[in-house]
Design a protein around this ligand. Structure first.
Ligand SMILES: C[S@@+](CC[C@H](N)C(=O)[O-])C[C@H]1O[C@@H](n2cnc3c(N)ncnc32)[C@H](O)[C@@H]1O
Length: 390
């Protein structure tokens, strides 16, 4: 990384100190560490020309302009105090105070269609539906209908496509790309842009965000591309992490290939049914229950011929501490042929925690719980390989 391009130890307060915690959540205002800003400038540097305009449409205090490279720079934020700070910190930058998601056009930032537009930044990412559910957000920010999604971050990506940016290098949750439902919501973006370079970082490295479970954030470089990218491209894309690991979705076999993650419609409960909580990604599994005894709209009625795979998920949950943050938004994964060999240890381990399963599975009483756990650890060592967290 060529960090000499950027000012070091700039005597500028670069955290969102004027906002209360709740406002920070509402605005997604968690400002970016300099190390990541340097990476962004390194990635866009080869694309900078005399025609380039570099825009951060959710600039906070303008941290992304803490860089010596000379070019036309434009910044914007909806928060007037942040805008004031940016103007003071970076007098060379043209600064706007607008809602970047409303009436989106190049004109709103005085950018012409002859300019090469490069967008940088770390837009807010938060799920608008859960914010409303939690009653955190009182006034919802207005968003153009054609870029409206359930997550502000995804709307920001769509806004970059609406601005017809030539290059985009921003931070966003990796889940926007790896989760097929999210990827599909980004149609107008992914049909026109291609991921050409990236690095995956840990959300826990942002000040004040490490309260919850860490999730992977990608510093993604996109280039305008007539063919865009399809989900196949993402499945085969090799993601590199900042700590030198790499993975592709095609490296793994996922549990939804064996069992349903969600309740099936029109299934009625019978007396001897076994119930399981809806499955989402690995981070959700860490928070949620697995086997449950009460039927709700969120419970799956288990197909008993597939019970071993639900056992697998339950035991997987016990061992998630062995997984790195960058797998947090993936589905539970499995090496099925290996699992078949280790299955007896999974059955032995689960019986101690869920004795009611004795009725449905045959387990080997001669295996000690210690032996079961050691063997499950061995399974995970083989499954996770280089990614195993010691
Ligand atoms: C994650 S912070 C990033 C700030 C800055 N780019 C950085 O990384 O240091 C997100 C910023 O988006 C701003 N923001 C949220 N919604 C916005 C909107 N609709 N239009 C413009 N800015 C918005 C917030 O005020 C906040 O400063």
């Amino acid at each position: 990384m060529n960090s000499s391009l950027c000012f070091q130890n700039a005597d500028k307060s670069n955290n969102q100190e004027h906002l209360k915690f709740q406002d920070r959540i509402n605005l997604g205002a968690f400002y970016t560490p300099q190390e990541y800003i340097d990476i962004v400038w390194d990635k866009i540097a080869p694309f900078l020309t005399f025609r380039s305009v570099v825009l951060d449409s959710s600039c906070g205090y303008g941290n992304f302009f803490n860089c010596k490279i000379k070019c036309q720079k434009k910044a914007n934020d909806i928060d007037p105090i942040a805008v004031k700070k940016t103007k003071k910190n970076f007098p060379e930058v043209e600064v706007f105070n607008k809602n970047a998601l409303l009436n989106v056009s190049r004109k709103m930032f005085n950018i012409s269609y002859n300019d090469d537009l490069i967008i940088i930044g770390n837009p807010p990412y938060n799920d608008t539906t859960s914010m409303i559910r939690n009653n955190i957000k009182k006034n919802t920010i207005q968003v153009d209908f054609d870029i409206k999604t359930r997550d502000f971050g995804m709307s920001f990506l769509l806004s970059y496509a609406k601005l017809n940016a030539d290059i985009i290098c921003v931070l966003h949750p990796l889940s926007y790309l790896v989760k097929k439902t999210n990827f599909n919501l980004l149609k107008k973006f992914v049909n026109n842009y291609k991921l050409i370079d990236s690095v995956v970082i840990d959300s826990g490295t942002f000040k004040e965000t490490s309260k919850g479970i860490s999730f992977p954030i990608i510093i993604a470089l996109y280039k305008k591309d007539k063919l865009g990218m399809n989900y196949d491209y993402i499945q085969n894309y090799r993601f590199e992490t900042i700590d030198g690991h790499n993975f592709a979705l095609t490296d793994f076999d996922f549990i939804p290939n064996y069992i349903n993650k969600y309740p099936l419609k029109n299934k009625t409960l019978k007396e001897d049914d076994i119930l399981f909580w809806t499955m989402r990604d690995i981070n959700a599994l860490k928070r949620n229950r697995t086997f449950v005894h009460k039927f709700t709209p969120n419970t799956i009625i288990i197909d008993k011929s597939r019970l071993e795979y639900y056992v697998y998920v339950d035991v997987f949950k016990q061992f998630t501490c062995l997984l790195p943050y960058y797998f947090g938004n993936l589905d539970v994964f499995i090496n099925n042929s290996l699992f078949q060999k280790y299955k007896k240890y999974f059955f032995r381990e689960i019986i101690d925690r869920h004795p009611f399963l004795k009725k449905y599975i045959t387990y080997d009483e001669s295996i000690s719980i210690q032996e079961a756990k050691e063997n499950i650890m061995n399974y995970f060592k083989i499954l996770i390989g280089d990614h195993y967290v010691y």
